[in-house]
Design a protein around this ligand. Structure first.
Ligand code: SME
Length: 164
């Protein structure tokens, strides 16, 4: 098993995500467990890109997200659907890229060093929303469509893609 954490900060994003995706599939081989997947993906993504905060909020009740496995400083515990970037991505079931968090109405500040953010929905095999992935950066405009595409591909593991 290859648990080695990659540092991909100096790679072009498309190659970095392709490498990380292949690595994640290897590391997770034979593991059929959502929480283990969330914890491992948080660690891989966080250390590969050097983000401020990388982690999951799980859908624990209709319209309620609760913090799940993550890396970084302490995150807010619960977020209602429709609130902040995480709650908006959950309600709309789509990736939201926020280049400047100060310009996103209702943004929830867990760590004031956060300047930009990306949030992607996580679906299970039946297509149900089970969580969102949230990544925060200290840099403005750190995320773009390449991040959205790369993360959405990695998150398809929860829907069974490449899953042992
Ligand atoms: N900024 C997020 C809240 C979660 S944390 O930053 C970890 C939001 O607006 O939904």
């Amino acid at each position: 098993m290859a648990e080695v954490t990659l540092d991909l900060r100096h790679h072009p994003k498309d190659r970095a995500y392709a490498q990380l995706h292949a690595h994640m599939i290897n590391v997770m081989a034979g593991i059929d467990d959502d929480i283990a997947g969330m914890a491992t993906m948080s660690a891989l993504l966080h250390h590969a890109f050097g983000h401020l905060w990388t982690g999951f909020y799980r859908v624990v009740r209709p319209n309620l997200l609760r913090v799940g496995p993550y890396q970084g400083t302490v995150g807010c515990l619960e977020i209602e659907f429709g609130r902040g970037v995480c709650g908006s991505a959950a309600a709309e079931q789509r990736t939201i890229v926020v280049p400047d968090v100060e310009r996103f109405p209702g943004h929830i500040t867990c760590d004031p060093r956060s300047k930009s953010e990306i949030v992607s929905p996580v679906f299970d095999r039946s297509g149900a929303l089970i969580a969102i992935l949230d990544i925060d950066s200290t840099r403005r405009a750190a995320f773009d469509q390449q991040d959205a595409d790369g993360l959405e591909r990695i998150l398809r593991w929860f829907a069974g893609e490449g899953r042992g």
